[in-house]
Structures are given as C-alpha cells and as structure tokens.
Write a protein that binds this ligand. Structure first.
Ligand code: GDP
Length: 305
C-alpha cells in the first residue's frame, strides 16, 4: 500500500546521510520533499500542512544528540509524527461491563463492512468470545444473504429477517432495520452472546436517508463501539466521507479496509487525523483471516522501513 510513499521518504532521508549538522536550508529542503511525497500519496492537504509544520519545528529545535546523526534524528521525528497522525496508541475494543458488547458498523456501500463483520467475529471467537452477527443492511438485495454466508464461514450465528418474512412471523417488523437492530441485541442478551456486531446499510455516496437510518440505529441500540469502515483506495474523497460519517453517527473508531490494494495510502493517513478518532483495525484482503489489530507504531515503522 505505502510502497511509493515509503520509497520517496527513504530517498529523502538518504540525501541527509553524511551531513554533520543540518542547516535550516537542509531542514527546509527535506520538509519540502516530505510534503511532496505525502501529497503525491493523496494525504489530505490540511493533514500534510500540520504534519510538515510539526516536523520542521521539531527538526530545527532538535537538540544535537550524540547517539543519532541528523538523518536518524529526522527519521525519528517523522516516525513519531506518523504514529501521532495514525492515532497514537493501539486502541482495543471497549468491552461492556454488563451484558453484550455492542459493535455497530457504518460506512459507504462497498467499503467492506459485511466482510469485516465476518473477520471481526472470527477474530473475537478465536479469543473466546461468543459473537452474534445482526443483518441490518436491508437496502441492498443480497446483503442479508452475504452476511449469512460470511457468518457460516466464520461459524458465527447470524440474526436476520428472512426474505419475505411478515411481521407476524418475526418478533420484529421485517424491513425495518432499526427494529431488526433492537431485536438482534435482545436476541444476543437472551442467548447469552457476549458480543453483537450490527451490520448496517451503506450507499454509494454519503446520503441523508442512510445517515438518518444509521443515526437511529445508533440511538436505538446504544453501541459500545461504532466502527467506521473506509476503503483505503478512495483517495481524496476519504476525508469528506469520514467527516460526514463522524458528524452523522459520531463513530468511535476507524477500520481501514483494502489495505492490500496498491492505492497510495493517503486515506489511511488522513482520516484519523481529521476526525481525531483512532484507527482500530486493518482489513488486508478478501479472506476472513486478512485482518489485524491496527498498531500505529508498527504502521509508521513499515512506512519508514
Ligand atoms: P459493504 O458493502 O460495505 O458491506 O462491503 P463488502 O463487505 O460487501 O465488500 C465489498 C467488496 O470489497 C467485496 O467484493 C469484498 O470481497 C471486498 N473487500 C472487502 N474487504 C476487503 C479487503 O480488505 N481487501 C480487498 N482486496 N477486498 C476487500
């Protein structure tokens, strides 16, 4: 994902090797290169501005360290600032103290929510949890079936209105995602599942009706975590999409999906910074195991490797 950015940054730092002391002109030239590399990787302009401003300030103010040469010093600063824009510390799921931990997924259609529901439930199950998946994406014709397939592969039960079900057949009116979400959480309580993952509907673009539905689901089930899933390949649109979802559902964490793609990675580097919310997971492929807890420090080191 970050290959090109990584190569550019490494080349920039190489130019500093062998220098005894950095002049202001050296720092400025380096910061300029970093700025270009980030912009070419599609990182959002305000994020680039803030990032390079901080790197410049710290590089100029850096005390001469006996242990690090100037090039190592800049790498260290860039590394620390990258960790910062990626959300700082590793953030784990906050588990509910009583009753099931409720995790709601939100994001555009195609972002990777349903796939993530499978991955996350399998991962939680491997840690001894007993998750239940709830299908509240009643917009897309195949979404419920897709979640059922994913649930089967992960060996995790799925609570869903079956196609054509009438409201008498079900304890919740079929076709009403808010009622399905509520009933799903109730089912988890009764069957003693300790985690509920609620998949919601997305649209191809940010849409007022979709956001209102997501907001109502959030209000109805009071989730412990609302994970905003974003396709890392969407480039410059990422920031506006993330801001719209943050305003709409006030998400608590970010999942970067499709990090295995060859896009330039700017989305990944921008969304946490502009929303102030942590990246919690990375989705790295179509398989159920292509998924990991996101560690900002490891990701920064990978970029600067
Ligand atoms: P949803 O509409 O948000 O529920 O998105 P889906 O989970 O249906 O995913 C949309 C498409 O992206 C599907 O074809 C998935 O197989 C694919 N997909 C999801 N996550 C990843 C990922 O991490 N990497 C890759 N390469 N494909 C993914």
């Amino acid at each position: 994902m970050f290959n090109s950015l990584s190569d550019r940054l490494t080349a920039t730092f190489k130019n500093l090797r062998g220098k005894g002391r950095l002049t202001e002109a050296d720092v400025d030239a380096t910061v300029r290169e970093i700025r270009r590399a980030l912009l070419d990787a599609d990182v959002a302009v305000p994020v680039v501005r803030e990032f390079t401003g901080r790197v410049r300030e710290r590089a100029l103010g850096a005390e001469v360290s006996a242990a690090l040469n100037p090039s190592q010093q800049i790498v260290k600063i860039v590394n620390e600032e990258l960790v910062e824009i990626l959300g700082g510390e590793t953030r784990r799921i906050r588990l509910a103290k009583n009753g099931p931990t409720i995790i709601m997924l939100a994001g555009l259609q195609g972002a990777g929510k349903t796939t993530l529901a499978g991955k996350l439930s399998k991962w939680l199950k491997a840690q001894g949890h007993s998750p239940l998946l709830v299908a509240c994406d009643l917009q897309r014709p195949n979404a419920v079936t897709q979640l059922q397939v994913v649930g089967q592969r992960a060996n995790v039960p799925v609570f869903a209105p079956h196609p054509g079900a009438t409201s008498q057949e079900l304890e919740h009116p079929a076709g009403d995602p808010i009622a399905v979400a509520r009933a799903g959480v109730e089912e988890a309580r009764q069957k003693l599942h300790d985690v509920v993952i609620v998949d919601t509907a997305g649209r191809l673009g940010v849409d007022a009706d979709m956001m209102e539905q997501a907001r109502q689901i959030r209000r109805a089930i009071v989730p412990n975590e609302v994970l905003f899933v974003i396709d890392s390949m969407i480039g410059q649109d990422a920031v506006n999409t993330a801001l719209a979802f943050d305003e709409g559902v006030n998400f608590t964490g970010i999942v970067l999906s499709k990090l295995d793609g060859d896009a330039r990675g700017g989305a990944a580097l921008s969304v946490s910074s502009v929303t102030g919310k942590p990246v919690m997971f990375a989705s790295t492929g179509e398989g159920l195991d292509d998924f990991e807890l996101f560690h900002p420090d490891r990701m920064a080191s990978r970029i600067l490797d």
